[in-house]
Design a protein around this ligand. Structure first.
Ligand code: PEP
Ligand code: MG
Length: 430
């Protein structure tokens, strides 16, 4: 495949901050990619290059744009790109740093995503199909629709309320993506009414990911409102919860400072066990800080004997405990070294997959393959700052991820991903 041109520009993300869009042209057409951006980023993520000057509060991406147009483009224009691997390797060599600090992971991921779309078009296959072919070079994996996780109440770094838990995700349990989307949307709309009636109109203001951001303090309150809304719609048996605690955000000097009080890692683990015994929680993402491996391992070590023996735990626990997914995000940052370290320490049994945490499609697929080899659950994820780009939907199907999270079933940039999955599901049924 010959690349005819590669252009980049600074655009707005869903928070109104600058991000990158690239346009890569081949004889098959123009292929666009938009780069997402996190707010609660892990410190081990690859570097997102920002201009850091007074313009745009230091968040401009003109240096990254320049890196695409002046460093990457001259190396790939008019060259024959034979595969995703070779293109990504070329970008990695041009960067040559561990954290992608020369070119910026945001610059690199933009080119990697657009090239992936172009390579799929070159083969005349849908993007999810091409990603699946790439993934199958590493491990056999049939195409599969992920189960969506809808973030219906926002807290933490994504909202102006006191909730420590960043994301309260509703995970519908129906068999098809379309049914799951409908359940998520019904619960979301009913939650809007419940919050408005019980708390007042300001409770339905939304956070960065489109979930409501009511002035609540405690996780129990948030989940009670969601359960009430589900019950009103007769859907309470059809939903489960996954929480993204994003605990690095409130970890200070070895302690977890929350609205519920100050916890040690052990204390917080006890709190989770209590919560799991009361609510239908099937997963907790980032329950502890990104380098607090002891607490992560403690939680898992108390789950393992339960799972292996299939018997009543010697620890306060409810029906959900033996199946709980303990999911790394800031912990694992889609980085193979971090994933291996987390496995070594038995810190988690699931992980978030975010391409922009690592910088190239090839590396993200390698990370996913590693996680699958460990039999971890994978949640393909958006970022809190998004664009209309729906690449992650094809990615989730292509690697057969168990889950996808793309915020609430509302707001254009979030709905774009869910709507793309609807389309893929109907294509695959034909
Ligand atoms: C997350 O923490 O999982 C998330 C999507 O938030 P952000 O993009 O702000 O890191
Ligand atoms: Mg997270």
């Amino acid at each position: 495949m010959k690349i005819l041109s590669l252009k980049a520009r600074e655009i707005l993300d869903s928070r109104g901050n600058p991000t990158i869009e690239v346009e890569l042209e081949t004889h098959k057409g123009k292929f666009i990619a938009g780069v997402p951006s996190g707010a609660s980023t892990g410190k081990h993520e690859a570097l997102e290059l920002r201009d850091g000057e007074s313009r745009r509060n230091g968040l401009g991406v003109l240096k990254a744009v320049k890196n695409i147009e002046e460093i990457i483009a001259p190396e790939i224009i008019n060259q024959d790109v034979i595969s995703q691997n070779s293109l990504d390797q070329l970008i990695l060599d041009l960067d040559g740093t561990e954290k992608k600090s020369k070119l910026g992971a945001n610059a690199m991921v933009a080119v990697s995503m657009a090239a992936c779309r172009a390579l799929a078009a070159e083969k005349d296959v849908p993007l999810y199909q091409y990603i699946n072919e790439l993934f199958n070079q590493k491990r056999e994996q049939p195409l599969a629709l992920p189960r969506p996780c809808f973030n219906v109440i926002n807290g933490g770094a994504h909202a102006g309320n006191d909730l420590d838990v960043q994301e309260f995700m509703v995970v519908p349990q129906a068999d098809t993506f379309a049914e799951n989307l409908e359940i998520g949307a019904e619960v979301y709309q009913e939650l809007k009414s419940v919050l408005k009636n019980k708390i007042g109109p300001s409770a339905i203001n939304v956070g960065d990911e489109g979930g409501f951001a009511p002035a609540l303090k405690y996780p129990e309150e948030a989940m009670d409102f969601i359960l009430e809304a589900s019950k009103n719609k007769g859907l309470q048996e059809k939903i489960k919860f996954i929480l993204d605690v994003a605990a690095s955000q409130f970890f200070e000097n070895g302690k977890y400072k929350t609205q519920m009080g100050i916890f040690t890692g052990v204390g917080l683990a006890n709190y989770y066990f209590d919560l799991i015994s009361k609510y239908p929680i099937i997963g907790i993402e980032d329950p502890f800080a990104e380098d607090d491996f002891d607490s992560w391992s403690l939680l898992i070590s108390r789950l393992l004997p339960i799972r292996q023996a299939g018997k009543t735990p010697a620890y306060p626990a409810g029906r959900q405990v033996s199946k709980l997914a303990v999911v790394g995000d800031d912990l694992t940052v889609t980085n193979q070294q971090r994933i291996k370290l987390s496995k070594e320490k038995e810190a988690c049994n699931g992980m978030i997959l975010k391409i922009n945490q690592i910088g190239t499609i090839t590396e993200a697929l390698e990370s996913a393959s590693l996680a699958k080899g460990y039999e971890w659950k994978i949640i393909v994820s958006h970022r809190s700052g998004e664009t209309g780009d729906d690449f992650i939907s094809d990615l989730a199907v292509g690697i057969g991820a168990e889950f996808i999270k793309s915020g609430a079933p509302a707001r254009g940039e979030r709905a774009a991903k869910y709507n793309r999955l609807l389309k893929i599901e109907s294509e695959l049924k034909q």
